[in-house]
Design a protein around this ligand. Structure first.
Ligand code: ATP
Ligand code: MG
Length: 137
């Protein structure tokens, strides 16, 4: 059993899509074991996405992530990291498969509704970034 960090991004919280997105996770067999709605500062968004700091879209990405509340959550299940990324779909919604979250809800490659950890090591780091041990049962 594995855990991964998921974020429902501002474009999706603004459109009141949290429940529809969570239904996709649960239908895929992922269990939401922790969840909270927070508003990131520019500094916190910058730190979370530090791996992308040399990419041309970094500034835009941080501004977007700090523009409105996000829902951060821990998803649990068999192969949760890969399964979550499958349910999310490709980064660019134009390339996402039918039925995926990004195909159905994303507005653009930047405003693409969800984040999901990409490997076991980053999942552990990203979960610890948002949640304390006490919040994880
Ligand atoms: P995430 O890390 O959010 O789960 P991902 O792993 O599919 O998404 P990354 O390559 O890690 O994609 O990019 C991180 C985020 O940066 C993307 O989800 C998207 O919001 C933004 N992004 C990526 N590429 C672009 C781009 N070409 N233009 C604008 N924003 C982009
Ligand atoms: Mg990524």
């Amino acid at each position: 059993i594995e855990r991964t960090l998921s974020i429902i991004k501002p474009d999706a919280t603004n459109r009141n899509l949290t429940g529809k997105i969570n239904a996709k996770f649960e239908d895929a067999g992922l269990r939401i074991v922790a969840q909270k709605r927070i508003k990131l500062s520019m500094e916190q968004a910058g730190k979370f996405y530090e791996v992308h700091k040399e990419r041309p879209f970094y500034g835009e990405l941080c501004e977007f992530m700090a523009s409105a509340p996000v829902v951060v959550q821990v998803l649990e299940g068999e192969n949760a990291i890969a399964k979550n990324r499958e349910v999310m779909g490709a980064t660019n919604p134009a390339n996402a498969d039918a039925g995926t979250i990004r195909k159905e809800f994303a507005l653009s490659v930047g405003e693409n509704s969800v984040h999901g950890s990409d490997a076991a090591e980053t999942a552990a780091q990203e979960i610890a970034f948002f949640f304390s041990g006490l919040e994880l049962v």
